[in-house]
Design a protein around this ligand. Structure first.
Ligand code: GLY
Ligand code: MN
Ligand code: MN
Length: 450
């Protein structure tokens, strides 16, 4: 007998509610059958795999974390939900750990029926036959595309027995993206906790930073804070970028020795139970901002504050970005890093020399989460329950026309905002944000062990 303990079953109610809502949306658009596979396992080298991460859409609808699984939903007569998953196999479980098998999965996750994944190719033609619409995603996994094509062909091969293949294919992701954009209370609880953990990780990183330590030592502190608080993994590769590296937007080598007088930019957030957090802080390696560093920092912070003030239901998605750009453009003029008229700096995009990315993105199961930014050609209005980042920045590379005191100052300040009924909440406040808070936390380093 196996002695393995199954993972604690999740509260299945939110997953069942999402499946029901998706089926309603499918019915409203012609009914049919939806196929949602989880992510494939991925080899890192030879026989070693990357740590497994389920597909965000699949897990959103199922709560089921094992690889090799496909969810089928039918928006017509019964039955509505079918899971295909790995067979129960106690010998394999000795090597790789617990697997539910179809019977336990059906019962614990509330599906109408479940089969082993080995039966999928056999059963797919049956599930697709006589359905008006096939809802699925395509174009991201050639093996999955080929599997669907084979199943459709198998239905067509049965035409003389009276079977009809779906005449219409629709992208299920368009429906799911809209659903995922508005977070339900359970999702927000997880995201708030993820933000809290990540903020505390940044605090820990500040306390660990000092001249002559390496970027990777600080990355290790972040990882320690994430994992010891129960997060499963970083939501994306941590950026720990000192000196000139702070001006490399996607720097992830994290191998440099940090020097006195430099800034350190950290962009890191944990994933908790499938939800990402995403925080950036920029602070002096020695714990005290220089005058130029402080000027740029205060400018970016003012831009973030201006952006935050624009976030409320009904406001345009682009309003926070416009507000941040306006503050940064004026600040660059004040610091004499740009010349000319404010309108020109904005309209001609001269500010992009120092601020070349946008002020935020949707946040959720994926760090750059799903959801359209424009609807009908216009920036969409914000709604309560949306979650977005607010992350203005300023990156000053060495150049002959720039005073040396500004060289290699890279500042980004990034927090995660939940749109509320009348504004927004930052859920990442555990990360010190102001100059005073940062310098105070870094002064506490004296009391820490070297
Ligand atoms: N960490 C990725 C981003 O800030 O967009
Ligand atoms: Mn971000
Ligand atoms: Mn980030």
């Amino acid at each position: 007998m196996t002695t393995l303990t199954p993972p604690t079953p999740p509260d299945i109610a939110p997953y069942q509610a999402r499946r029901a809502r998706l089926i309603e949306r499918m019915r409203a658009a012609g009914g049919g059958v939806a196929l949602v596979p989880t992510a494939p396992e991925c080899i890192r080298n030879r026989d070693t795999h990357y740590p497994y991460r389920y597909d965000s859409y699949f897990h959103y609808l199922s709560g089921f974390a094992e690889p090799e699984a496909v969810l089928v939903l039918v928006a017509g007569d019964t039955p509505e939900s079918t899971l295909f998953c790995r067979a129960k196999d106690e010998e394999k479980e000795v090597w790789d750990g617990f697997r539910h098998g179809p019977d336990a999965a059906r019962e614990q996750f509330g599906f109408d029926q479940a089969f082993t994944i080995g039966d999928l190719d056999l059963k797919l033609p049956e599930l697709l036959a006589d359905q008006p619409v096939l809802w699925c995603g395509w174009g991201y996994d050639p093996a999955w595309d080929a599997r669907i094509a084979r199943a459709l062909q198998a239905v067509r091969n049965n035409a003389r027995a009276g079977a009809t293949a779906p005449a219409v294919m629709r992208d299920i992701r368009a429906e799911l993206d809209e659903m995922r954009l508005i977070k339900d209370p359970g999702e927000l609880t997880i995201m708030r906790r993820a933000g809290e953990i990540s903020g505390l990780a940044h605090r820990r990183a500040m306390r660990a930073t000092r001249p002559e330590r390496h970027e990777y030592e600080i990355e290790a502190e972040l990882l320690h804070a994430f994992r010891s608080a129960g997060s499963q993994a970083p939501a994306y590769p941590s950026i720990v970028a000192s000196g000139a590296n702070a001006c490399v937007l996607h720097y992830v080598d994290n191998n440099r020795r940090m020097r006195d007088g430099e800034l350190l930019l950290i962009d890191a957030g944990c994933e908790l139970d499938g939800y990402a957090s995403d925080i950036t802080r920029s602070f002096p390696v020695n714990g005290r901002f220089s005058a130029a560093q402080r000027d740029v920092y205060e400018l970016v912070l003012a831009a973030q504050t201006a952006a935050k003030q624009e976030i409320r239901p009904g406001a345009s998605w682009n309003a926070p970005h416009d507000a941040a750009v306006k503050v940064i453009a004026q600040g660059l003029l004040d610091l004499k890093l740009l010349t000319g008229a404010l309108d020109d700096v904005i309209e001609q995009g001269h500010y992009r020399r120092y601020y070349m990315h946008r002020t935020g993105h949707w946040l959720g199961r994926d760090v750059h989460d799903v959801g359209q930014y424009k609807v009908g050609g216009d920036w969409r209005p914000l709604e309560a329950g949306m979650v977005l980042t607010v992350e203005p920045g300023c990156y000053i590379r060495p150049a002959p026309d720039i005073p040396e005191a500004f060289w290699n100052i890279g500042v980004r300040i990034e927090d995660d905002a939940v749109v509320t009924d009348d504004g927004c909440d930052f859920i990442t406040d555990t990360a010190p944000r102001t100059v005073t808070e940062i310098e105070e936390v870094m002064r506490e380093r004296q009391h820490d062990a070297a």
